[in-house]
Design a protein around this ligand. Structure first.
Ligand SMILES: *Cc1c(COP(=O)(O)O)cnc(C)c1O
Length: 329
């Protein structure tokens, strides 16, 4: 990062940002890429580029776009979300056909279908290739674009045992995080066609996402893409270790195969404690977790935790759960 060759990215002159964008576009199998400060901005640049005020976009009820982005889809993009709930996080064709084929003289235009893989709030689950292909083709038949929130797309590819390109090829735009599992301190990437990214650059500017010597942070993004992708499987192995140990606690009724990537979720109510309270107890013992709601505790593995620390964390968590179980009985 200290040695990166920088320039003014607002003029397209930052060498390191350009290098990162070229690398990302090539890895994703798309014409162009745009470096953005966050995944949230990346999603909203995509939505504002694909859709106009007054349009609608189909989103999953538990998606990041709907759940975590402070209503940007409506507040910034002026787009009305059509919320669809499916346990896989990816809608069934039957759930969305009606909205796609509605008469555009009488109903708002459905410009966009948003998908998410792996799906955070649904346990880090990847959408299968078949399913992505089917819904993307359906959307395209109705002149609806597809934006894929692939914040953890490399985790999805790893879990499915497929190339990233075989996932991205069906979507018009894809966003992914250089931070999180790939371990860069800052940044996300949006990819799509040349035309799309050119327009997206204007939208990024409008949102204040144009940066100057951002090669300093883009340099870490290059490390993320060249050095950190291969080791994601370790995170998956670690998550499985955690899931298998938690599955031994019968009350949790946890099925390890439901957590094929780096996220494990369990319901702490089943052992008589609210999720925020459990998270606080674990934090005091040195294990950092988060929660989705009052019941669901979320555990994420990453490159900071090697197998030894994972085993140590499992030990602490299992003890804590057994303690709460016994006191609540
Ligand atoms: C983290 C995340 C984002 C947004 O990333 P930020 O950089 O935190 O804004 C978007 N989508 C999903 C699925 C995520 O997990």
């Amino acid at each position: 990062m200290m040695d990166s060759v920088v320039g003014d990215d607002c003029h397209g002159e930052d060498f390191t940002v350009n290098e990162l964008q070229d690398l990302a576009a090539q890895m994703m199998g798309k014409e162009s890429a745009l470096f953005v400060p966050s995944g949230t901005m990346s999603n909203n640049v995509a939505i504002m580029t694909h859709a106009r005020h007054g349009d609608t976009a189909i989103v999953d009820a538990e998606s990041h776009i709907y759940y975590y982005e402070s209503a940007a889809i409506s507040g910034l993009a002026g787009v009305m979300p059509i919320v669809v709930d499916h346990p896989t996080g990816c809608p069934d064709p039957e759930q969305i056909t009606y909205y796609l084929q509605r008469n555009r003289n009488r109903f708002p235009k459905t410009s966009l279908l948003c998908l998410e893989t792996t799906h955070n709030r649904r346990g880090g689950r990847p959408i299968t290739l078949d399913r992505i292909k089917t819904v993307c083709q359906l959307a395209h038949q109705h002149q609806t674009s597809v934006h894929l929130d692939g914040a953890r797309i490399f985790n999805a590819a790893e879990a499915l045992g497929v190339s990233v390109k075989s996932i991205t090829e069906h979507a018009d735009s894809v966003s992914f995080c250089l931070s999180k599992g790939l371990s860069a301190p800052v940044g996300s990437i949006l990819v799509g066609s040349n035309d799309f990214i050119q327009q997206a650059m204007q939208v990024r500017r409008r949102l204040g996402g144009g940066m100057r010597q951002s090669g300093v942070i883009a340099a870490a993004g290059i490390v993320a893409l060249t050095k950190m992708v291969e080791r994601l499987s370790e995170d998956h192995v670690h998550a499985q270790l955690i899931a298998k140990h938690l599955a031994e606690i019968e009350e949790l009724e946890l099925e390890p195969s439901h957590f094929p990537t780096n996220i494990v979720v369990f319901n702490s109510h089943k052992v008589g404690i609210a999720a925020p309270e459990f998270v606080e107890k674990a934090r005091k013992k040195g294990v950092k977790l988060s929660y989705f709601d009052t019941q669901q505790v979320r555990i994420v593995t990453n490159s900071d935790a090697d197998q030894e620390s994972i085993m140590h964390a499992i030990d602490i968590l299992v003890r804590l759960i057994n303690q709460t179980k016994n006191t609540s009985n």
